[in-house]
Design a protein around this ligand. Structure first.
Ligand SMILES: Cc1cc2nc3c(=O)[nH]c(=O)nc-3n(C[C@H](O)[C@H](O)[C@H](O)COP(=O)(O)OP(=O)(O)OC[C@H]3O[C@@H](n4cnc5c(N)ncnc54)[C@H](O)[C@@H]3O)c2cc1C
Length: 550
């Protein structure tokens, strides 16, 4: 237990935003004895990891909808299961229906996967477990990096250089997997998958992980990493598996909030931070929308880097090169979410039946071939919503009876590509027509589904920005491309959770290791904040000395 580090401010740490990462930072800081206050603009905690009830009796995971990446260390440390967090395993985890009436089910059961894939290619059925084993070996070596503060080779500090060397040594442990790991970190998903597999349906199903949240096709360099990022997680100790949080994603955030409160943190909702309070150039608290000043020795923000630095601090208080670096962050986006209340589960031509079956338990992929993915992206490249959109559909009420009235269901459609920058018109004008198109596409695989819709809400990239404060609607608080990962996240020179403003930290998905409900950003940020508290410094001069800023 660390004593609080100032008696002059009522709080040692003010956290801007009760996104799940902000809550993780708050909980760890409070457990270490800091006096912590969390200030959330919305009426409820969770940010993009939230459950809401848009229609009486229907509880939807408004934004994020499946969990796997969330760090087991945090579940254990914060005793989250005692605070109500439970994950429902999805078996099977995916269902890809094809226009010709065939389909592919995949899941954690290797024998069943073999049977399913063998219907398309015996060679692929044999290779799938080898592919999964290869990813598993690489992720075992690289996964520890998720909970580390990235060393910055350009700082030329001996400690950083030593850590870069250690990282290199770790890489050497990959042996013959090393070249594949390099391709995963830098290459495109499509050629990678094409070297492993021959059946289109399998490649297309696996490739959807590579383009989630990205403005990229599977042929774009960098997408192999996005694919890998999505297989690094685990559910109840089983790797690569995605689950549902019982009660919706918000139950994880509520469990984190309960753990933070139990450790002494104060959480205020409907408390929008207007600006960071600066004294002598350092962060000394926040000012709320109603003018209330909240003094704090340090401030951590889980809003994205642009919102935090350009919005809450302001250009006038930042060096021009920092402003330029923040303005250079890629926030482009092409994701849209449709949440629906249904009177019954969809019945698919490829696997008929309205009663809950294996086809309803996992993610339903409407992405039948690699060419389908590519041509959906061709539209987006021109600023046009995909005429044949990629749909990732979840029906969590098929396995969780707490989400909808008996016999009725919730359906969540994560849709690509819906380019944030449209060639014509605005998303407010176009989103309902695009949602109609998405349902029309689904109707061709599951006739009658449109008739079963009781209610729907459509969240365009513009809505994601307005509702969750995500710049450009980017679901990861900044694109997950190589130039914005690791020591380059959120921008070169600022990857150590500290910002150019002394005593102001970033703790959200804007930081390493990036987007997804992982908790890792908040965990790492808490470690760095506590390190500074222990040392009695804010380590504030490093960025000014930094050589890598443009
Ligand atoms: C549509 C969508 C689908 C996704 N699907 C998945 C998925 O299935 N699985 C997965 O793992 N990840 C998914 N993600 C990504 C994941 O949800 C995010 O990366 C993650 O939730 C980010 O958490 P965070 O705590 O870092 O930030 P956020 O959740 O962005 O939280 C930031 C918080 O700060 C608050 N805030 C901002 N400005 C202020 C201010 N001025 N004052 C006070 N509060 C402020 C916001 O209201 C928000 O609560 C999805 C994201 C979206 C948008």
């Amino acid at each position: 237990m660390m004593g609080s580090d100032s008696s002059s401010s009522p709080y040692d740490l003010a956290v801007v935003g009760a996104g799940h990462n902000g809550l993780v930072t708050a909980a760890y800081a409070a457990r270490s004895g800091l006096r912590v206050v969390v200030l959330e603009a919305r009426e409820r905690v969770g940010g993009a990891c939230v459950t809401e009830e848009p229609w009486p009796g229907f509880r939807v995971s408004t934004a994020a909808y499946v969990v796997s990446l969330f760090r087991p260390e945090i579940v254990r440390d914060l005793a989250l299961t005692r605070h109500g967090y439970a994950v429902l395993r999805r078996d099977p985890s995916s269902f890809t229906p094809l226009p010709d009436g065939r389909s592919l089910l995949l899941g954690p059961d290797a024998a069943r996967n073999h049977e399913e894939v063998a219907r398309f290619s015996m060679q692929d059925a044999v290779r799938l477990p080898q592919y999964e084993a290869m990813l598993d070996r690489i992720s075992r070596v690289l996964e520890p990096v998720l909970l580390e503060t990235p060393p910055d080779p350009f700082s030329r500090r001996p400690t950083d250089l030593l850590r870069v060397a250690r990282l290199g040594l770790r890489f050497l442990r990959l042996g013959s997997d090393g070249p594949r790991a390099v391709e995963i970190l830098t290459g495109a998903a499509r050629p990678f998958l094409e070297r492993w597999f021959e059946s289109d349906v399998l490649k297309a199903t696996l490739a959807t992980d590579a383009i989630i949240g990205a403005v990229a096709s599977p042929s774009t360099p960098g997408t192999a990493y996005v694919l890998f990022h999505h297989v690094m997680g685990q559910v109840n100790g089983v790797r690569g598996v995605w689950g549902y949080v019982r009660g919706g994603m918000g139950n994880l955030s509520e469990a984190l909030a309960a753990a933070a409160r139990a450790a002494g943190a104060e959480i205020r909702t409907a408390a929008r931070v207007e600006r960071v309070l600066l004294r002598g150039g350092a962060a000394r608290g926040v000012v709320l929308g109603d003018g209330t000043e909240i003094a704090a020795r340090r401030v951590a923000s889980c809003a994205d880097a642009r919102v935090t630095l350009l919005g809450l601090v302001g250009e006038a208080h930042l060096a021009p090169e920092v402003v330029q670096a923040v303005k250079g962050i890629d926030y482009s986006s092409a994701s849209l979410k449709i949440n629906l209340a249904l009177s019954e589960l969809p019945s698919f031509i490829a696997r008929p039946g309205h009663s809950p079956g294996p086809q309803h338990r996992g993610t339903v992929h409407i992405s039948p071939s690699l060419e389908y993915l590519e041509s959906a992206f061709d539209d987006a490249r021109r600023g046009i919503p995909s005429s044949e959109p990629i749909l990732e559909i979840t029906l969590p009420s098929a396995v969780d009876d707490t989400l909808a009235p008996a016999g009725q269901h919730v359906m969540q459609m994560f849709v690509q590509y819906a380019p944030s920058r449209l060639a014509d018109g605005t998303w407010d004008d176009q989103k309902e027509a695009f949602a109609d198109r998405c349902l029309e596409v689904l109707e061709s695989y599951a006739p009658g589904v449109r008739r079963s819709v009781i209610a729907r809400e459509v969240l365009s990239p513009l809505d994601l920005e307005r509702r969750f404060g995500l710049t450009g609607g980017n679901i990861f608080q900044g694109a997950m491309t190589l130039s914005q990962l690791f020591f380059l996240r959120p921008f070169a020179g600022a990857a150590r959770y500290r910002t150019p403003v002394p005593d102001l930290y970033l703790c959200g998905a804007a930081t390493h290791p990036g987007g997804g409900v992982m908790g890792a950003c908040g965990y790492n940020a808490a470690r760095e904040i506590l390190r500074d508290v222990r040392r009695g410094t804010s380590d504030d001069s490093w960025l000014l000395r930094h050589s890598a800023l443009p």
